[in-house]
Write a protein that binds this ligand. Structure first.
Ligand code: TXA
Ligand code: MG
Length: 333
């Protein structure tokens, strides 16, 4: 049974108790819903992977109420303090060397010498993390390889029955995951995943931002970079300037190709923030409606490549990428 908790003080208390006792609670952040568990308890972390049906372990982000708590688990450098000052609480994850006395389990850190830390924004998640007072590991609360959930109902669809509770804080404001920036070497801040904090905003604080040297497929330094990810069941066609009769349309802006029977506009006014916030719900909705109307795919209009457009395009590229064989329970019924 998965308990649906509201963001009242008793809901928060219950969620915090479950987490401290080693249970799993999904909660909303400003980006997407996370599947949270106490990062210091290896058994709990193992249950996270199990609930998500992840094919293999990968390192998780530890979440904290504030920078001070986060920096007890890592060796923070001056750039980390500067970035925390500029962007926390907010959608930025920093990769830093793990502190020698870090209490985060090896399983949560995947045995790496570095740790991903983040201070999420949002009244409910902030209140929860303050109550728990532990590093909370939280990958996005979806089954492995699937679309990230941006409201509590999506979490129940993905993980209902597999986790202890969902703390409902309404729809997520940003809609795409946090930006992952590796500053373990502060001379070379490296963007591992585009996300809610734009490249332009990071450059304004750090100067040059480096891109990973390895190809996405070759070495998953950040497994969120695995190519196929965020995949709806229906195939996705990018940069579409037309739409076939058997396609649903993921639109952007105020000019659409004609002919789509089912469509979802990310932002009619062409606003990238609105588009990011509506991305995962749009993919999920078109996937569901498209399948029930026996459509064959989803056509996606071009997205401008600046600001949050980079994070949106990254997620769409993964949704469109060739897919590995899925375990049977992930196949469409
Ligand atoms: O917005 C978010 O970041 C959401 C919410 C719930 O906070 N969480 C999220 O977690 O997206 P997840 O597990 O889906 O993605 C975490 C990303 C992955 O790409 C992972 O590889 C990377 O962070 N990561 C974690 N630890 C790392 C490390 N030590 N070195 C490099 N990459 C790391
Ligand atoms: Mg994820």
């Amino acid at each position: 049974m998965t308990n649906l908790l509201d963001a009242s003080s008793s809901g928060l208390q219950t969620a915090a108790r479950i987490l401290r006792e080693g249970g799993l609670v999904a909660f909303g952040t400003e980006t997407v819903y996370g599947l949270g568990g106490d990062a210091t308890q290896p058994k709990t972390v193992a249950r996270i992977f199990e609930a998500k049906n992840r094919p293999r372990f990968n390192p998780l982000i530890s979440h904290f109420a504030d920078a001070q708590a986060a920096f007890t688990q890592v060796v923070a450098n001056p750039l980390a303090h500067k970035l925390a000052e500029a962007f926390w609480p907010g959608p930025l994850t920093l990769i830093l060397p793990r502190a020698p006395h870090s209490t985060v389990s090896d399983l949560a850190a995947d045995g790496l010498p570095t740790l991903a830390v983040r201070v999420p924004k949002g009244e409910t998640v902030q209140a929860l993390l303050k109550l728990v007072q532990r590093p909370i590991a939280a990958p996005s609360a979806n089954r492995s390889g699937r679309i990230s959930p941006s409201d509590a109902a999506h979490v129940l669809e993905e993980l209902g029955g597999r986790i202890d509770a969902v703390l409902d804080s309404g729809p997520c404001q940003v809609g795409v995951e946090s930006t992952v920036l590796d500053i373990s070497n502060p001379e070379r801040p490296t963007l591992l995943r585009p996300g809610g904090i734009t490249l332009e905003a990071l450059q304004a604080v750090c100067g040059t931002i480096f891109m990973p040297e390895t190809e996405v497929d070759a070495a998953p330094a950040s497994p969120g970079r695995l190519l196929s990810h965020y995949a709806p069941h229906l195939p996705v066609r990018l940069n579409a300037v037309d739409v076939a009769p058997d396609e649903a349309l993921l639109a952007f802006g105020n000019t659409q190709p004609s002919g789509a029977t089912i469509s979802w506009n990310l932002s009619a006014s062409g606003n990238l923030e609105e588009a990011a916030a509506r991305l995962f719900t749009g993919l999920r909705t078109l996937d569901k409606q498209g399948q029930s109307h026996h459509l064959r795919g989803i056509a996606v209009q071009p997205i401008p490549q600046h600001g949050l457009g980079l994070a949106i395009q990254d997620r769409l590229n993964r949704a469109a990428a060739p897919r590995p064989a899925l375990p049977p329970e992930d196949l469409p019924a």
